[in-house]
Unconditional design. Sequence first.
Length: 374
Amino acid sequence: MRSLLGQIQIPALVDMHVHFREPGFGYKESILSGSRAAMCAGYSDVYTMPNVSPVPDSLDNLSVQNKIIVRDSLIGVHPYASITLGQKGEGELVDIESLSSRVWGFSDDGCGIQDECLMRSAMERIASAGSIIVEHCEVNTLLRGGYIHEGTYAHTHNHRGICSESEWREVERNIRLSEETGCRLHVCHISTKESVQLVREAKQSGIRVTCETAPHYLLLNEGMLQEDGRWKMNPPIRSVADQMALLAGVQDGTIDVIATDHAPHSAEEKSRGLEHSAFGIVGLETAFPLLYTYLVKPGMLTMGRLIELMSTRARAIMHLPMDESYATFDLDAHYTIDPDTFVSKGHSTPFAGWDVWGKCIRTEYKGKIVYEAE
């Protein structure tokens, strides 16, 4: 970490959880537009979830995605393979052994695997392959048609809620299976206080578990919700108590990574209100300035800890070398978040209008300057 006259050079950012919608849904985001948004935000490497079409559940389907990545990506774009055929969260497992040398891990993100025997089998085979499972934890029977947190806002505004147990109950099960199988487990986008505590206890017991959260779970709570699709994501923004537990988790090291869960949709898909809009918001272009402004500047996190959360810890988890990849930020740059200026095709964010400090002015990927602000 080097600084000069308000500028700071740090290891380039890494996002373990993004949705670049290509192949299949390039109108939401393409490999080109997504990697450009990441590059302009200081990221050198991102890991893409498998909810594309075709699903990367075989070598042939993975090759469709990889050809686009080779052709269009501006930084390191690393795909996960799905755990189940078709990314259905049930049925038949993919050929983990043949895929493991071609992908960085396995995930059915967006669909928790409900059957314990199926998950145990997946973990046994992924452990044998020396890979990692990056899992969305959700118990389907506890969702009950919900779409925001089951709390005060849902009750007073007549919305169907998603209970916290739908997340932490499967986190609990997957940690137990990780201990039984020896499989490395990375828990996606935790949002509840119970999940934080479960991961904390697992680490204290020596279980091979890591986890991530996202900026919106650290900076927002259900009391801020509005009747707008840009406040709808899965898992949902939860209570103040959950928010405080997540902040404690990033401070004490329980939470390893801050990922964005960058999930772009078209403007029309996000214009249908809380109940009917698609789940997901964008986050690549706002993550660092938001966290620097609202956590580092007030003294809640050190800059060193933020770098761990947004870069170096993810590199360690994924065995990703530095490769002379750096990002330079102007910490004196002060501006208002305006989605109309986003490079991403997606513009839906609850942070529109927030004042922030810190803007990426240069990104180096493997020793080459790939982005430099005018």
